[in-house]
Design a protein around this ligand. Structure first.
Ligand SMILES: NC(=O)CC[C@H](N)C(=O)O
Length: 368
């Protein structure tokens, strides 16, 4: 077994074994609490620049397969697990996770106390970290970690976006056309829309409002994505153009943060973020609690007790996280736009929030 080292920016150090590719990597250390879905996590573009720790102790049990990727490649900066599967066993598996991490150059570490690491991140907050499995000393790695860039201010959507537009056809008859701004879109999203008769035209992150509206879509979708929403002013400008045109708009996660900023609300960095599959969220309009999938380190800043006046009319907080009262959704009262901080497209994850895609379709129907 080749030794590996994980060093946090405050000097806390964990020693384990090399897992995946051999090398050195730095990024923001975060933890994800989902018991399943490691392949979706690794290929979710929103994790770009992050060293992800899985709190589930056994990872790799079902290997990897050709169907569950959320994008064209793995994006995590590094991967931290406790016990990797010695051998995958699943009828869909086409290979082992370990081999796939090597093939995609993802540097990881195994055999560490992921519970202690997670508790440390919960107490001190998400921070920069580094993994090395090529003989770098603790001090040397710490120096590299402390020289690394911070997630605050990081503009990563242009890094992960697909540069060429593409179309995901509707399943069956096409009833609506949507222009989607790819800030780091997951394949599950157009799939959900397609099932409702929506043809999705995916455009690169830097597309303008004119680009988004050029083909006369029935609605505009804003995807999830990595980095700090405060660094994506190009997307904010595009969304303002869509709001001016009063075209139905739905945003998820990064898309929720971008809609918030387009309305003039602020965003801020959470202490350690929400990453998991069982986060309770209150839908304040219906009074229902939904168990939802999350992956966010930033959040929208808006008053919970009253609507906020914006240049686009009033906006209210439609959803609130029940663990910590974080804003989990926005609903515009005077323009046809809404967004959620959690993931209705969740895979893996609960399906409580899936009806939000139907709500988007209903909004397009109303505005027709
Ligand atoms: N999944 C996402 O879209 C994440 C949004 C943003 N990068 C955050 O961490 O909050």
């Amino acid at each position: 077994m080749k030794e590996a080292l994980l060093v946090l920016e405050d000097g806390r150090t964990f020693r384990g074994e090399s897992y995946g590719a051999v090398g050195t990597t730095v990024g923001e250390a975060v933890f994800a609490t989902g018991m399943t879905g490691y392949q979706e996590t690794l290929t979710d573009p929103s994790y770009a620049g992050q060293i992800v720790t899985m709190t589930a102790p056994h990872i790799g049990n079902t290997g990897v397969n050709a169907e569950d990727d959320e994008s064209r490649r793995m994006w995590v900066a590094g991967f931290v697990v406790r016990d990797p599967a010695r051998r995958p066993a699943n009828w869909r598996a086409t290979g082992s996770l370990d081999d796939e991490l090597v093939a995609q150059g993802v540097v990881g570490i195994s055999g560490i106390d992921t519970r202690a690491l997670t508790r440390h991140l919960r107490e001190r907050g998400a921070m920069r970290a580094g993994i090395s499995s090529e003989g770098l000393g603790q001090q040397e790695l710490l120096t590299r970690v402390q020289a690394a860039g911070s997630m605050t201010g990081a503009d990563l959507a242009p890094v992960v976006t697909a540069n060429d537009p593409y179309v995901v056809p509707a399943v069956g008859e096409r009833r609506y056309t949507v222009a989607a701004l790819d800030l780091g879109i997951k394949t599950a999203t157009p799939r959900h829309l397609a099932a409702l008769g929506v043809e999705t035209h995916v455009l690169p992150a830097t597309a303008t409002a004119e680009d988004l509206l050029a083909a006369g879509p029935d609605g505009v979708f804003l995807s999830n994505g990595p980095g700090d929403p405060a660094a994506a002013d190009y997307a904010v400008a595009a969304v303002r153009g869509v709001l001016d045109a009063r075209r139905p708009l739905f945003g998820i996660c990064f898309g929720n943060q971008i809609l918030g900023r387009a309305l003039g609300l602020g965003t801020y960095k959470l202490r350690f973020g929400h990453r998991g599959l069982n986060q309770p969220v209150l839908d304040r309009v219906s009074g229902t609690v939904r168990v939802t999938s999350h992956n966010h380190g930033f959040a929208v800043d808006a008053p919970l007790d009253r609507p906020t006046d914006t240049p686009y009319g009033q906006v209210e907080v439609s959803h609130v996280g029940l663990n910590d009262d974080v804003v989990e959704g926005l609903r515009c009262l005077d323009v046809p736009a809404f967004s959620v901080q959690f993931h209705p497209e969740a895979a893996a994850g609960p399906h409580d929030a899936a009806p939000l895609f139907q709500r988007f379709v209903d909004l397009m129907q109303e505005q027709h």
